[in-house]
Design a protein around this ligand. Sequence first.
Ligand SMILES: [Zn+2]
Length: 426
Amino acid sequence: MATAKFSKGRNAPGQFCHVSEMHINVLRSCPVCGHARCEILRKQRFVLPDGHPLAGGYAVVCCDLCGFVYAGTAVSQDDYDRFYREHSKYEDTTTSTGGGDTPWDDVRLHETARCIAEFLPDRAARVLDIGCANGGLLRHLAALGFGHLTGLDPAAACVQHTRSIAGIRAEMGSLSHIPAGLGTFDFVILSHVLEHVQDLHGAVAAVAQVLSASGTVYVEVPDATRYAEHVPAPFQDFNTEHINHFSLTALANLMHVAGMQVVSQGVKTLMAPPPNPYPACFAFFRRGGSVQAQFAKDPVLRRKILEYIEISTGKLHAMDEFLRAALPADQPVIVWGVGQLAMRLLAESVLGTASIAAFVDGNPIHHGRFIRGVRVSAPEGLAALPHPILIASTLHDAEITATIRQKLGLKNRIIHLGVPTPSQEQ
Ligand SMILES: [Zn+2]
Protein backbone atom coordinates (compact mmCIF):
# COMPACT_ATOMS: atom_id res chain seq x y z
CA MET A 1 0.00 0.00 0.00
CA ALA A 2 1.29 3.44 -0.85
CA THR A 3 1.30 5.82 2.08
CA ALA A 4 2.47 9.39 2.41
CA LYS A 5 6.03 9.17 3.72
CA PHE A 6 8.23 12.18 4.32
CA SER A 7 11.73 12.45 5.61
CA LYS A 8 11.48 14.49 8.77
CA GLY A 9 13.96 16.75 10.44
CA ARG A 10 14.71 19.36 7.82
CA ASN A 11 11.61 21.35 8.54
CA ALA A 12 9.98 22.88 11.55
CA PRO A 13 7.87 20.45 13.57
CA GLY A 14 4.48 19.97 11.97
CA GLN A 15 5.49 21.77 8.83
CA PHE A 16 4.72 18.67 6.84
CA CYS A 17 2.12 16.37 8.22
CA HIS A 18 3.02 12.74 8.47
CA VAL A 19 -0.23 10.87 8.41
CA SER A 20 -0.49 7.27 9.42
CA GLU A 21 -3.65 5.27 8.97
CA MET A 22 -6.26 6.79 11.20
CA HIS A 23 -9.99 6.24 11.14
CA ILE A 24 -12.07 8.93 12.77
CA ASN A 25 -15.44 10.65 12.72
CA VAL A 26 -15.13 14.10 11.16
CA LEU A 27 -17.42 17.11 11.34
CA ARG A 28 -18.39 16.70 7.71
CA SER A 29 -19.93 13.29 7.11
CA CYS A 30 -19.39 11.76 3.70
CA PRO A 31 -21.20 14.18 1.36
CA VAL A 32 -22.00 11.30 -1.00
CA CYS A 33 -23.27 8.45 1.21
CA GLY A 34 -23.69 10.20 4.57
CA HIS A 35 -21.41 7.80 6.48
CA ALA A 36 -19.62 9.50 9.39
CA ARG A 37 -16.48 7.39 9.67
CA CYS A 38 -13.49 7.95 7.46
CA GLU A 39 -9.73 7.61 7.15
CA ILE A 40 -7.44 10.65 7.22
CA LEU A 41 -5.18 10.64 4.16
CA ARG A 42 -3.57 14.06 4.61
CA LYS A 43 -3.79 17.19 6.71
CA GLN A 44 -3.70 20.19 4.42
CA ARG A 45 -2.91 23.69 5.68
CA PHE A 46 -3.15 27.17 4.11
CA VAL A 47 -2.33 30.73 5.09
CA LEU A 48 -5.32 32.78 3.96
CA PRO A 49 -5.85 36.52 3.52
CA ASP A 50 -7.21 38.24 6.64
CA GLY A 51 -11.00 38.07 6.79
CA HIS A 52 -11.14 35.14 4.38
CA PRO A 53 -14.23 33.09 5.21
CA LEU A 54 -12.72 29.68 4.51
CA ALA A 55 -10.74 27.52 6.92
CA GLY A 56 -6.95 27.59 7.14
CA GLY A 57 -6.79 23.87 6.69
CA TYR A 58 -8.64 20.58 6.73
CA ALA A 59 -8.09 16.85 6.67
CA VAL A 60 -8.43 15.10 3.32
CA VAL A 61 -10.34 11.97 4.20
CA CYS A 62 -11.63 8.78 2.57
CA CYS A 63 -15.10 7.50 3.48
CA ASP A 64 -14.96 4.02 5.04
CA LEU A 65 -18.22 3.03 3.36
CA CYS A 66 -18.22 4.32 -0.23
CA GLY A 67 -14.53 5.29 -0.67
CA PHE A 68 -15.25 8.92 -1.61
CA VAL A 69 -12.37 11.32 -0.88
CA TYR A 70 -13.22 14.78 0.41
CA ALA A 71 -12.18 17.62 2.70
CA GLY A 72 -13.42 17.05 6.24
CA THR A 73 -13.87 20.80 6.56
CA ALA A 74 -16.06 22.39 9.20
CA VAL A 75 -16.74 25.41 6.97
CA SER A 76 -20.46 25.69 6.28
CA GLN A 77 -22.22 25.98 2.93
CA ASP A 78 -23.24 29.52 3.96
CA ASP A 79 -19.58 30.50 4.35
CA TYR A 80 -18.74 28.98 0.97
CA ASP A 81 -21.65 30.89 -0.55
CA ARG A 82 -20.28 34.13 0.92
CA PHE A 83 -16.84 33.29 -0.42
CA TYR A 84 -18.08 32.78 -3.97
CA ARG A 85 -20.16 35.98 -3.79
CA GLU A 86 -17.40 38.18 -2.41
CA HIS A 87 -14.12 36.59 -3.40
CA SER A 88 -14.93 35.27 -6.85
CA LYS A 89 -11.71 35.08 -8.83
CA TYR A 90 -13.90 34.08 -11.76
CA GLU A 91 -14.88 37.72 -12.25
CA ASP A 92 -11.44 38.54 -13.57
CA THR A 93 -11.54 37.76 -17.24
CA THR A 94 -7.76 37.84 -17.66
CA THR A 95 -6.87 34.97 -15.34
CA SER A 96 -10.02 33.00 -14.61
CA THR A 97 -11.65 30.14 -16.41
CA GLY A 98 -15.28 29.76 -17.41
CA GLY A 99 -15.64 32.81 -19.59
CA GLY A 100 -13.66 31.67 -22.57
CA ASP A 101 -11.64 34.86 -22.34
CA THR A 102 -8.32 33.16 -23.01
CA PRO A 103 -7.78 31.15 -26.19
CA TRP A 104 -7.18 27.89 -24.31
CA ASP A 105 -10.29 28.31 -22.14
CA ASP A 106 -12.30 29.14 -25.24
CA VAL A 107 -11.17 25.89 -26.91
CA ARG A 108 -12.13 23.92 -23.79
CA LEU A 109 -15.60 25.47 -23.67
CA HIS A 110 -16.14 24.98 -27.39
CA GLU A 111 -15.34 21.27 -27.07
CA THR A 112 -17.67 20.89 -24.09
CA ALA A 113 -20.45 22.67 -26.01
CA ARG A 114 -19.96 20.33 -28.98
CA CYS A 115 -20.09 17.29 -26.70
CA ILE A 116 -23.36 18.56 -25.19
CA ALA A 117 -24.80 19.41 -28.61
CA GLU A 118 -24.12 15.88 -29.86
CA PHE A 119 -26.04 14.48 -26.93
CA LEU A 120 -28.84 17.05 -27.16
CA PRO A 121 -30.03 17.48 -30.76
CA ASP A 122 -33.08 19.60 -29.83
CA ARG A 123 -31.91 23.20 -30.22
CA ALA A 124 -35.16 24.39 -28.61
CA ALA A 125 -34.29 22.63 -25.33
CA ARG A 126 -34.33 24.86 -22.25
CA VAL A 127 -30.73 24.80 -20.96
CA LEU A 128 -29.52 25.97 -17.53
CA ASP A 129 -25.80 26.36 -16.72
CA ILE A 130 -25.38 26.45 -12.93
CA GLY A 131 -22.13 28.19 -11.97
CA CYS A 132 -21.87 29.76 -15.41
CA ALA A 133 -18.98 32.15 -14.47
CA ASN A 134 -18.70 34.65 -17.33
CA GLY A 135 -20.99 32.67 -19.63
CA GLY A 136 -18.41 31.19 -21.98
CA LEU A 137 -20.05 27.78 -22.31
CA LEU A 138 -23.47 29.34 -22.92
CA ARG A 139 -21.96 31.57 -25.62
CA HIS A 140 -20.66 28.49 -27.44
CA LEU A 141 -24.03 26.74 -27.08
CA ALA A 142 -25.71 29.81 -28.57
CA ALA A 143 -23.30 29.66 -31.50
CA LEU A 144 -24.33 26.03 -32.03
CA GLY A 145 -27.96 27.09 -32.36
CA PHE A 146 -29.45 26.69 -28.89
CA GLY A 147 -32.10 29.33 -28.32
CA HIS A 148 -33.20 28.99 -24.68
CA LEU A 149 -30.09 29.52 -22.56
CA THR A 150 -29.96 30.57 -18.90
CA GLY A 151 -26.96 31.02 -16.62
CA LEU A 152 -26.86 31.07 -12.83
CA ASP A 153 -23.91 32.39 -10.83
CA PRO A 154 -23.40 33.72 -7.28
CA ALA A 155 -21.09 36.58 -8.37
CA ALA A 156 -22.85 39.75 -9.56
CA ALA A 157 -20.08 40.64 -12.01
CA CYS A 158 -20.31 37.20 -13.64
CA VAL A 159 -24.09 37.57 -14.01
CA GLN A 160 -23.67 41.01 -15.59
CA HIS A 161 -21.04 39.70 -17.96
CA THR A 162 -23.22 36.73 -19.00
CA ARG A 163 -26.23 39.01 -19.54
CA SER A 164 -24.16 41.08 -21.95
CA ILE A 165 -24.00 38.10 -24.33
CA ALA A 166 -26.81 38.41 -26.86
CA GLY A 167 -29.77 36.13 -26.27
CA ILE A 168 -28.65 34.71 -22.93
CA ARG A 169 -30.54 35.13 -19.68
CA ALA A 170 -28.54 35.17 -16.45
CA GLU A 171 -29.64 35.25 -12.82
CA MET A 172 -27.82 35.56 -9.53
CA GLY A 173 -27.97 32.37 -7.50
CA SER A 174 -26.39 29.05 -6.78
CA LEU A 175 -27.24 25.45 -5.97
CA SER A 176 -28.06 26.52 -2.42
CA HIS A 177 -30.01 29.61 -3.53
CA ILE A 178 -32.14 28.86 -6.58
CA PRO A 179 -34.01 32.09 -7.35
CA ALA A 180 -37.81 31.96 -7.20
CA GLY A 181 -39.44 31.74 -10.61
CA LEU A 182 -36.37 30.38 -12.37
CA GLY A 183 -38.51 27.70 -13.97
CA THR A 184 -37.67 24.17 -15.08
CA PHE A 185 -35.18 23.04 -17.69
CA ASP A 186 -34.66 20.17 -20.13
CA PHE A 187 -30.91 20.20 -19.68
CA VAL A 188 -28.92 21.27 -16.62
CA ILE A 189 -25.15 21.78 -16.73
CA LEU A 190 -22.85 21.51 -13.73
CA SER A 191 -19.42 22.03 -15.22
CA HIS A 192 -16.63 22.21 -12.62
CA VAL A 193 -19.10 23.07 -9.89
CA LEU A 194 -19.67 20.02 -7.66
CA GLU A 195 -16.03 19.84 -6.52
CA HIS A 196 -16.69 23.22 -4.83
CA VAL A 197 -19.93 22.33 -3.02
CA GLN A 198 -20.07 21.62 0.73
CA ASP A 199 -23.65 20.30 0.76
CA LEU A 200 -23.77 17.83 -2.12
CA HIS A 201 -27.12 16.28 -1.17
CA GLY A 202 -28.66 19.76 -1.11
CA ALA A 203 -27.04 20.43 -4.49
CA VAL A 204 -28.47 17.38 -6.25
CA ALA A 205 -31.88 18.04 -4.68
CA ALA A 206 -31.74 21.56 -6.15
CA VAL A 207 -30.88 20.12 -9.56
CA ALA A 208 -33.83 17.72 -9.34
CA GLN A 209 -36.05 20.71 -8.49
CA VAL A 210 -35.22 22.62 -11.69
CA LEU A 211 -35.01 19.58 -14.01
CA SER A 212 -38.01 18.66 -16.15
CA ALA A 213 -39.38 15.12 -15.80
CA SER A 214 -37.52 13.82 -18.84
CA GLY A 215 -34.56 16.18 -18.43
CA THR A 216 -30.85 15.44 -18.57
CA VAL A 217 -28.03 16.61 -16.31
CA TYR A 218 -24.46 17.05 -17.54
CA VAL A 219 -21.84 16.94 -14.80
CA GLU A 220 -18.15 17.56 -15.36
CA VAL A 221 -15.60 17.55 -12.51
CA PRO A 222 -11.84 17.10 -12.08
CA ASP A 223 -10.97 13.39 -12.29
CA ALA A 224 -9.36 12.64 -8.94
CA THR A 225 -8.29 9.16 -10.07
CA ARG A 226 -5.82 10.91 -12.42
CA TYR A 227 -4.54 13.76 -10.22
CA ALA A 228 -1.27 11.82 -9.85
CA GLU A 229 -0.68 11.89 -13.62
CA HIS A 230 -0.49 15.69 -13.69
CA VAL A 231 1.12 17.49 -10.75
CA PRO A 232 2.16 20.98 -11.90
CA ALA A 233 2.47 22.12 -8.28
CA PRO A 234 2.33 20.12 -5.04
CA PHE A 235 -1.18 19.51 -3.69
CA GLN A 236 -2.66 21.82 -6.34
CA ASP A 237 -5.90 19.85 -6.12
CA PHE A 238 -6.17 20.05 -2.32
CA ASN A 239 -7.07 23.72 -2.26
CA THR A 240 -9.50 26.00 -0.50
CA GLU A 241 -12.11 25.59 -3.22
CA HIS A 242 -11.92 21.95 -4.29
CA ILE A 243 -13.34 20.05 -1.34
CA ASN A 244 -14.73 17.00 -3.18
CA HIS A 245 -12.52 14.60 -5.15
CA PHE A 246 -14.64 12.67 -7.60
CA SER A 247 -14.25 9.52 -9.63
CA LEU A 248 -16.98 8.44 -12.04
CA THR A 249 -18.05 5.87 -9.42
CA ALA A 250 -18.44 8.60 -6.79
CA LEU A 251 -20.34 10.82 -9.21
CA ALA A 252 -22.78 7.99 -9.99
CA ASN A 253 -23.20 7.28 -6.26
CA LEU A 254 -24.04 10.92 -5.62
CA MET A 255 -26.56 11.24 -8.43
CA HIS A 256 -28.29 8.04 -7.27
CA VAL A 257 -29.28 10.00 -4.18
CA ALA A 258 -31.45 12.23 -6.41
CA GLY A 259 -32.82 9.21 -8.30
CA MET A 260 -30.63 9.74 -11.35
CA GLN A 261 -28.69 7.22 -13.36
CA VAL A 262 -25.78 7.46 -15.77
CA VAL A 263 -26.78 7.51 -19.43
CA SER A 264 -23.29 8.12 -20.81
CA GLN A 265 -19.89 8.96 -19.32
CA GLY A 266 -16.29 9.57 -20.22
CA VAL A 267 -12.95 11.12 -19.31
CA LYS A 268 -11.11 14.02 -20.91
CA THR A 269 -7.89 15.94 -20.45
CA LEU A 270 -8.13 19.72 -20.52
CA MET A 271 -5.32 22.19 -21.06
CA ALA A 272 -5.51 24.67 -18.23
CA PRO A 273 -3.47 26.56 -19.27
CA PRO A 274 -1.35 24.92 -21.98
CA PRO A 275 0.93 23.03 -21.73
CA ASN A 276 -0.50 21.88 -18.39
CA PRO A 277 -2.89 18.95 -18.78
CA TYR A 278 -5.76 18.75 -16.32
CA PRO A 279 -7.77 15.54 -15.95
CA ALA A 280 -11.56 15.70 -15.90
CA CYS A 281 -14.43 13.25 -16.09
CA PHE A 282 -18.02 13.78 -17.13
CA ALA A 283 -21.36 12.02 -17.26
CA PHE A 284 -24.92 12.54 -18.48
CA PHE A 285 -27.67 11.58 -16.03
CA ARG A 286 -31.42 11.06 -16.28
CA ARG A 287 -34.05 10.15 -13.77
CA GLY A 288 -34.55 6.45 -13.29
CA GLY A 289 -33.86 3.57 -10.99
CA SER A 290 -34.33 3.45 -7.26
CA VAL A 291 -33.98 6.58 -5.14
CA GLN A 292 -32.85 4.25 -2.36
CA ALA A 293 -29.24 4.36 -3.34
CA GLN A 294 -27.00 1.34 -3.31
CA PHE A 295 -23.59 2.88 -2.89
CA ALA A 296 -20.86 1.16 -4.86
CA LYS A 297 -17.53 1.14 -3.01
CA ASP A 298 -15.01 3.01 -5.12
CA PRO A 299 -12.35 0.51 -6.15
CA VAL A 300 -9.45 2.84 -6.96
CA LEU A 301 -9.93 6.37 -5.66
CA ARG A 302 -8.15 5.96 -2.29
CA ARG A 303 -5.10 4.31 -3.85
CA LYS A 304 -4.87 6.92 -6.59
CA ILE A 305 -5.13 9.78 -4.09
CA LEU A 306 -2.37 8.25 -1.97
CA GLU A 307 -0.16 8.13 -5.08
CA TYR A 308 -0.94 11.80 -5.64
CA ILE A 309 -0.05 12.63 -2.03
CA GLU A 310 3.28 10.84 -2.37
CA ILE A 311 4.22 12.69 -5.58
CA SER A 312 3.06 16.05 -4.19
CA THR A 313 5.01 15.52 -1.00
CA GLY A 314 8.19 15.01 -2.99
CA LYS A 315 7.51 18.16 -5.01
CA LEU A 316 6.76 20.19 -1.89
CA HIS A 317 10.07 19.11 -0.36
CA ALA A 318 11.88 20.08 -3.57
CA MET A 319 10.26 23.52 -3.56
CA ASP A 320 11.08 24.01 0.11
CA GLU A 321 14.73 23.14 -0.50
CA PHE A 322 14.81 25.41 -3.53
CA LEU A 323 13.37 28.31 -1.52
CA ARG A 324 15.89 27.77 1.29
CA ALA A 325 18.66 28.27 -1.26
CA ALA A 326 17.03 30.95 -3.40
CA LEU A 327 15.41 33.35 -0.92
CA PRO A 328 17.75 36.20 -0.01
CA ALA A 329 19.10 36.10 3.54
CA ASP A 330 19.75 39.84 3.74
CA GLN A 331 16.60 41.45 2.37
CA PRO A 332 12.87 40.87 2.04
CA VAL A 333 11.25 39.32 -0.97
CA ILE A 334 8.22 40.36 -3.02
CA VAL A 335 5.75 37.49 -3.53
CA TRP A 336 3.92 37.71 -6.85
CA GLY A 337 0.77 35.60 -6.85
CA VAL A 338 -1.55 35.02 -3.89
CA GLY A 339 -3.25 31.95 -5.31
CA GLN A 340 -3.46 28.45 -3.96
CA LEU A 341 0.25 27.67 -4.26
CA ALA A 342 1.25 30.76 -2.28
CA MET A 343 -1.27 29.88 0.44
CA ARG A 344 0.22 26.40 0.76
CA LEU A 345 3.85 27.52 0.63
CA LEU A 346 3.21 30.11 3.36
CA ALA A 347 1.81 27.34 5.55
CA GLU A 348 4.14 24.49 4.66
CA SER A 349 7.51 25.79 3.48
CA VAL A 350 10.26 28.14 4.55
CA LEU A 351 8.37 30.95 2.79
CA GLY A 352 6.21 31.10 5.93
CA THR A 353 9.17 32.46 7.91
CA ALA A 354 10.61 34.69 5.15
CA SER A 355 10.52 38.49 5.35
CA ILE A 356 7.95 39.62 2.76
CA ALA A 357 8.01 43.22 1.50
CA ALA A 358 4.79 43.00 -0.50
CA PHE A 359 2.32 40.63 -2.07
CA VAL A 360 1.32 41.34 -5.66
CA ASP A 361 -1.40 39.84 -7.80
CA GLY A 362 -2.83 40.67 -11.19
CA ASN A 363 -6.41 39.91 -10.14
CA PRO A 364 -8.11 43.04 -8.69
CA ILE A 365 -10.26 40.88 -6.38
CA HIS A 366 -7.18 40.43 -4.14
CA HIS A 367 -6.04 44.08 -4.06
CA GLY A 368 -6.21 45.76 -0.67
CA ARG A 369 -6.43 42.48 1.25
CA PHE A 370 -3.79 41.65 3.84
CA ILE A 371 -1.93 38.38 4.32
CA ARG A 372 -0.18 38.15 7.68
CA GLY A 373 -0.37 41.93 7.87
CA VAL A 374 1.25 42.52 4.46
CA ARG A 375 -0.88 44.27 1.85
CA VAL A 376 -1.69 42.72 -1.54
CA SER A 377 -1.02 45.32 -4.26
CA ALA A 378 -1.59 45.66 -7.96
CA PRO A 379 1.49 45.05 -10.17
CA GLU A 380 1.67 48.78 -10.95
CA GLY A 381 2.38 49.47 -7.26
CA LEU A 382 5.77 47.75 -7.40
CA ALA A 383 7.87 50.33 -9.21
CA ALA A 384 9.63 51.69 -6.13
CA LEU A 385 10.56 48.36 -4.56
CA PRO A 386 14.02 46.96 -5.36
CA HIS A 387 13.63 43.51 -3.76
CA PRO A 388 13.74 40.19 -5.58
CA ILE A 389 10.38 38.95 -6.85
CA LEU A 390 9.33 35.35 -6.15
CA ILE A 391 6.76 34.16 -8.70
CA ALA A 392 4.51 31.97 -6.53
CA SER A 393 2.89 30.23 -9.46
CA THR A 394 4.01 27.44 -11.72
CA LEU A 395 1.06 27.67 -14.11
CA HIS A 396 1.41 31.37 -14.89
CA ASP A 397 5.17 31.85 -14.55
CA ALA A 398 5.76 32.78 -18.19
CA GLU A 399 3.02 35.42 -18.40
CA ILE A 400 3.99 36.95 -15.03
CA THR A 401 7.62 37.13 -16.15
CA ALA A 402 6.52 38.90 -19.33
CA THR A 403 4.48 41.38 -17.27
CA ILE A 404 7.43 42.13 -14.99
CA ARG A 405 10.00 42.57 -17.74
CA GLN A 406 8.06 43.82 -20.76
CA LYS A 407 4.91 45.51 -19.49
CA LEU A 408 6.33 47.06 -16.29
CA GLY A 409 9.97 47.22 -17.40
CA LEU A 410 11.19 46.15 -13.94
CA LYS A 411 14.78 44.99 -13.44
CA ASN A 412 14.24 43.20 -10.10
CA ARG A 413 15.80 39.77 -9.77
CA ILE A 414 13.14 37.11 -10.40
CA ILE A 415 12.96 33.79 -8.55
CA HIS A 416 11.07 31.19 -10.57
CA LEU A 417 9.42 28.47 -8.53
CA GLY A 418 8.55 26.35 -11.49
CA VAL A 419 12.16 25.45 -12.03
CA PRO A 420 13.53 23.73 -8.95
CA THR A 421 17.16 24.86 -8.89
CA PRO A 422 18.57 28.21 -7.76
CA SER A 423 20.58 28.48 -11.00
CA GLN A 424 17.36 29.22 -12.86
CA GLU A 425 17.11 32.77 -11.56
CA GLN A 426 16.68 35.40 -14.16
ZN1 LIG B 1 -19.28 7.70 1.60
